[in-house]
Structure formats: C-alpha cells, structure tokens
Design a protein around this ligand. Structure first.
Ligand code: ADE
Length: 257
C-alpha cells in the first residue's frame, strides 16, 4: 500500500516512520510512504505557499495554485488509471474511526493532504479533495500528526504488518473495548492476577474476557453498546450480563433516537 503525503513540513514524519512497526512494514515492502513538500510547487521567487485571507481576519490561508499543482502532480506520478482518494486532514472533517480505517486499508493508494495555518483555499477543497477526515474534536497546529495517526491505524490492518491474532479482539474491532491483560509475576505488590487466567481452562478464560469487555464498554464507553447491539454483535449471554449491569436494549433504542 502506498501513502503519498503532501505537507509543508516533511521533516515532521521522519521520526514516527523510522521506528518500530511502521519502519519494519516499509522495510518489508508492505507499505511505502512518499513525502512531497507543497512548497516545491510554489513558483514565485519566495516560494510562497500561503497568503492573507480575503475579507480579513486572523492567520494565513494555503494558496490554491501550489497546493493544486502538488496534488495533480502526485496523482499523475503513478499514471494510475484509477485516481487515489485525496484525503484532507482537518478538524472540520468526518470523525475518523476503526471502520473508516478498515475501508481505507482496502485501497492500494491514499493521498493525504496536510493543511496548516487557517486551512486551505476552499476552491482546492471543492475541486480536488475527495474526503475530509478529523481525528477528534480539537484543533492541532496542522494536519501532519493527524495524517500520521491515519497511516498508523490503517497500515497495521494491512496483511503481514502485525500478527493477525493481535487484531482479533482488540478494542473497536467489533464494537467493544478490549479485555485487561496481565503478565508475570502472578502477584505484584500484593495485587494478584485474576485466578481464572491461571486456571488453564480455555473456555473459562474466553468467557471471563468476554465479560470484561462488556463490563469495560458499559463503564467507559456505553455509547458503543447501541451500535454493537444493532449490528447483532451481542449474544443472549452478553445481553444477560449487560442487564445485570443495568443496561437494556430498549435503552439502546432510545439512545439511538
Ligand atoms: N488539523 C488540525 N486539527 C485536526 C484534527 N483534529 N483532525 C485532523 N486534522 C486536523
């Protein structure tokens, strides 16, 4: 899978991309990340990529011409018959979540546009951006860290990047949070590991883990339960436990309205 990043600050990516799993994934040829400096398409003497907003106001706006030229050049670069999705990272975008990561992981190529300053000229958004994503309801100084979040969340879903088993029961994959983990020693500062994990009963361990996932989701992210219920991801045993905790499907339907 190929990621093309359009940014004014390519140096921001070097650290995260040269460590750990993303580094190994690139070395193994499972993903490739190509950095493009938008300023390289600014043709004036000062290589200007931004300007003051029409109508006045604070901050600077990324100019249409250099950004559009950069996007078009990078799309053409591969001469793909099918142009890649052109994704703008912006706090005004659709909220990024696991299902979107899965959808994007199926694409052979993504072009990520990182805006800075007050944003970009609206005409580029209208003409060239195919999707706009936000990583949360807060404002970052630019789209670079958000693009990095996308690359990380998407790359790890590509075959071979991490152990398929690790993806199995992790948080959000099937709408529930993950169960708690423990490793040796069995007693740490007077705190024991839950005895069921030492019992060797695989069935009991699986049941306990499922219950912990439900308890955690109910306690921390009850907003996830209606969706899991509507998607048919809760068994009758799950619903029984949730009822003991005080959660009812009818409540879920009310919340959905
Ligand atoms: N750029 C600035 N803030 C952002 C956010 N929350 N998500 C994505 N891109 C951004």
């Amino acid at each position: 899978m190929r990621f093309d990043l359009l940014t004014l600050f390519p140096g921001m990516f070097t650290g995260p991309l040269s460590e750990s799993i993303l580094k190994r994934a690139q070395q193994a040829g499972l993903i490739s990340v190509h950095l493009h400096n938008i300023r390289d398409w600014a043709i004036d003497r000062h290589r200007t990529a931004d300007d003051a907003p029409y109508g006045g106001g604070a901050g600077m706006v990324m100019k249409a011409a250099p950004l559009a030229a950069a996007i078009r050049a990078v799309i053409d670069q591969d001469r793909d018959p099918e142009p890649p999705p052109v994704i703008l990272l912006s706090p005004a975008g659709e909220l990024f979540h696991h299902a979107i990561a899965q959808e994007l992981a199926a694409s052979p190529r993504l072009l990520l546009v990182c805006a800075h300053y007050e944003g970009l000229d609206e005409r580029v958004r209208e003409q060239l951006i195919t999707r706009e994503l936000s990583i949360g309801d807060y404002v970052l100084t630019g789209g670079e860290l958000a693009a990095m979040v996308l690359i990380d969340a998407i790359a790890r879903l590509r075959p071979g990047v991490i152990d398929a088993e690790s993806i199995g029961e992790e948080s959000h994959r099937d709408g529930l949070l993950e169960y708690p983990h423990y490793t040796r020693p069995a007693l740490w500062e007077g705190h024991p590991v839950p005895p069921v994990l030492l019992s060797g009963h695989h069935g009991e361990v699986a049941r306990w883990r499922r219950q912990e996932r439900l308890r955690r989701t109910f306690a921390r992210r009850p907003d996830l339960l209606p969706k899991a219920y509507a998607a048919g991801q809760l068994s009758s045993d799950d619903l029984r436990l949730l009822a003991e905790l005080g959660w009812r499907p009818e409540q879920a339907m009310d919340q959905r309205i």
